[in-house]
Design a protein around this ligand. Sequence first.
Ligand SMILES: Cc1ncc(COP(=O)(O)O)c(C=O)c1O
Length: 454
Amino acid sequence: MNQTKVVLSEQEIPRQWYNIIADLPQPMPPVLHPGTKQPIGPDDLAPLFPMELIKQEVSADPWIEIPEPIVEIYRLWRPSPLYRAKRLEQALDTPAKIYYKYEGVSPAGSHKPNTAIAQAYYNKQAGVKRITTETGAGQWGSALSLACNFFGIECKVYMVKISYQQKPYRKSMIRAWGADIVASPSTDTNAGRKVLEQYPDSPGSLGIAISEAVEDAATRDDTKYSLGSVLNHVLMHQTVIGLEAKQQMEIAGDYPDVVIGCVGGGSNFAGLVFPFLKDKFAGQPLRAVAVEPTSCPTLTRGPYAYDFGDEAQMTPLVAMYTLGHNFVPPPIHAGGLRYHGMAPLISHLVRLKIIEAVAYQQLEIFKSGVSFARAEGIIPAPESNHAVHAAIVEALKAKESGQSKTILFNLSGHGHFDMASYDAYFEGRLVDHALPESDIQNALDLIKNYPPVE
Ligand SMILES: Cc1ncc(COP(=O)(O)O)c(C=O)c1O
């Protein structure tokens, strides 16, 4: 391909999401009620989510229609471009062909609005007036505040305290789109107050912020809760990324040997990769690589077990790779991707060995992010740097073996609001960090009395 990028027309925006559940070679373990430890039903989720999203969560239909009002908003930035990273290939002097799908073109700067818009739409349809959520580095909180703003819904964001302090401009974006934001742990909820009593200086964690947002939604009639990753329907909304990428790869006259994405909760990875896995299930040779940080090595070192999605144990029990629901990542970690668990769908596919998982240190991922920025111009989000690094590792392996291969990765967002992390890297303030074995032991101890996964 001589073109640098493949751009589709607005008519080519996918009209259906792909639901991988329909094609799984083995069904997933059931989600359990935290009290009874029995499989939950749709009614158990009704206090938190509108029924249309609950239906999507448990649906076995392979394709789900995207309503027109959602497509209309998608048109603001979709289809997103697919780039051939020719300048990076040259800089690496590799025979590999590197492609990336760029999701940083959305107004919030990442893939997150793909599901935020869908979730806000279904909440609006159900008459919901107010939505609560958590956010780590602020990408999800900004995406949901954008979406709520479009649909005239109030939004309250619980932002992990360390990020609230370190990333003031994501906070400003959230306010610009009209949402309310508070640092978590906060004094606004029982869950937050309890953590503050025990650890007044807690830097917060996604697990704590989820507890606060869930409690807020569960205790008010006019409010529902929204999650930016992990759940089946969230991963499904992101498949517009991979469905577009498949059309674009076809126009480029290529097909990937390996598809790569970073994983926090798993949504951008799933979005790019699941539509390609449909081909893998049909016999297409393809590797899929999920990339996580060594300081939060859920897939590569966590046990696969039933655990809670939040710190205060308010969510259902789900079977997943987990570092324990009370896991708090080290504050020195600047690379994002800090969630203790992993999407049940991704966990299941890793367990079935359909997906590979790797973990990298933060210094190497920032080094690769900077190489990418110098070759391609775009400054990636620290989360996306994990995928960039894995793509570079694959390209260098191809150079060593002298074999060409086609690599496709998801550049899930730009890093314009993460420049403090880049400064820390340039000024030598970042250090590598691998999770000590005692933390893994702690995770095992914490979950040892939960039901075993069949
Ligand atoms: C740019 C970017 N990429 C990746 C992630 C990780 O989330 P997920 O694993 O759900 O894609 C985030 C999370 O906020 C993000 O902002």
